[in-house]
Structure formats: C-alpha cells, structure tokens
Design a protein around this ligand. Structure first.
Ligand SMILES: *Cc1c(COP(=O)(O)O)cnc(C)c1O
Length: 234
C-alpha cells in the first residue's frame, strides 16, 4: 500500500466514523500525519497526497527535518522539556502536550521574545496512567487559570488526550468521553486567550472511537506509513 492510498483510506474511514456518529462536520476533522522516525521524502509524499498538518514528538526531529519538508503545519505532540522550547517556538503551529505551569511559563518567555502568540493544547491524562504525561482532569481548571493569568503570549485552543492501549479500542471511549465533557465546558467560556477549537484525540488504533466521542483532530502515524522502526534514524 502506498502512503497516498493509506491516506485516502483513512480519510474515508474518518468520514464514515463521523457520519455513523451523526456528525455532519467530518470534513473538518483534521487528519494529522504523525511523522516521527519518517524521512523528509516520506513526509513530502504525504503532503503531496493532501496532508496539511504533521505531528512530531521530538524536538530534535523537527529541527533536523524542518528545512527539508515542504510547507506544512507542524505540531509538537510529545512530551516537551522546558530547555528545548527555544528550538521550536518559531517552527510549530501548536504545542499539544502542555502539562505543567513550568512548561507554560517557558513557552510564555520564548513566545514573548519572538513577539508571537503560541497556540497550545493542555494534555489531559484522563485514565491517570502512571506511564503517561498529562495532568488529571481535576487539575485542568487550575492550569487554565494559571496560564490565563501569567502567560499573555499563550492562547489555549483545546485539549489533547492519549488513551491507554486497549485490546478492544471501544474500551478507550470512556477516557475520550471524559475529556470531551471538559472540552465542552471550557468552550463555553468567552475569553480572548481561551479560544477552544481543537480536541486532539485518536491514533491509528482508536481514531474511529475518538471521532465517535467528538474528536476533531486525529493523530495517525502507523496507519499511514506502516510500522515504525526506531533503530533506523530518520
Ligand atoms: C506516535 C504518536 C501518535 C501516532 O501513533 P500511531 O499509533 O502510529 O498512529 C499519536 N499521538 C502521539 C502523541 C504519538 O506520540
């Protein structure tokens, strides 16, 4: 299967999942290609096939590939160390993995220095898995308040969630549903820098379940490019 035929197939599955869930906004659900370990050539092939947004989880990979990849929106979707914010502040469209005030304050500092407003998502770990980054749903409100008070160069655009791996993807629905419930609450608040638009949920194994639970931004790697080989350096 080629990258293009995989993308076409995922787009079709995305639309039918939305339709099955009674959603009329299937076309507006962003298919973000997760390009970690992939070469610039593979990424450009995906862009030629219609991909407009790509996600990387390591700062180093963004820096290494940035100049070799055709124009596209870059998303930082993995854990971000504060000392690396400076390398990506002028490269990414949105940071999906904000999970501490310390990180938000560093993003604030770097965004202010570049005179930009950075769009971010708060990463919520609704399953409270020890192995995953993200804050608990109970902590979300405090973090949002902290960012609105202390980080004038950050605009909060929504929430991101990585569900636990489930043998049956349907079992992830409960975690997505909790984050969606929070999303809907914050989306009601009228504030210039709390402009909820993106609910980033769903990967290769569970994106249809995430769409049924309201996701409008799916992050798909394996189903587009095949299995990752971490021994091969991109
Ligand atoms: C790797 C990754 C994905 C994509 O996972 P696949 O199972 O390959 O689709 C999505 N989100 C995050 C945060 C990731 O690190």
């Amino acid at each position: 299967m080629s990258i293009k035929s995989n993308i076409d197939e995922i787009n079709a599955r995305k639309l039918s999942a939305a339709k099955a869930a009674g959603r009329s906004d299937g076309e507006e659900i962003t298919l973000c290609a997760v390009t970690k370990t992939r070469t610039p050539e593979e990424i450009n092939e995906a862009i030629a096939a219609g991909i407009t947004d790509i996600g990387e989880n390591k700062v180093q990979e963004i820096v290494d590939k940035y100049d070799k990849v055709n124009p596209v929106r870059w998303h930082l979707i993995g854990h971000l160390q504060t000392n690396k914010v400076k390398y990506i502040i002028d490269k990414v469209t949105m940071i999906h993995s904000v999970d501490s005030m310390k990180l938000a304050e560093e993003i604030q500092k770097r965004a202010a220095a570049h005179n930009v407003t950075m769009d971010i998502l708060i990463q919520v770990n609704s399953a409270m898995e020890e192995s995953k980054f993200g804050i608990t749903t109970a902590e979300t409100e405090d973090m949002i308040r902290g960012i609105l008070e202390n980080c004038p160069n950050i605009r909060i655009r929504g929430l991101m969630c990585i569900a636990p791996f489930e043998e049956n993807p349907q079992d992830a629905a409960v975690y997505f549903r909790e984050v969606r419930g929070q999303f809907d609450e914050f989306a009601k608040i009228d504030h210039e820098r709390l402009d909820f638009k993106y609910l980033s949920m769903g990967m290769s194994g569970d994106f249809e379940v995430a769409i049924a639970e309201g996701s409008n931004f799916i992050r798909v790697g394996t189903a587009i490019f095949g299995a990752r080989d971490y021994s091969k350096k991109a």
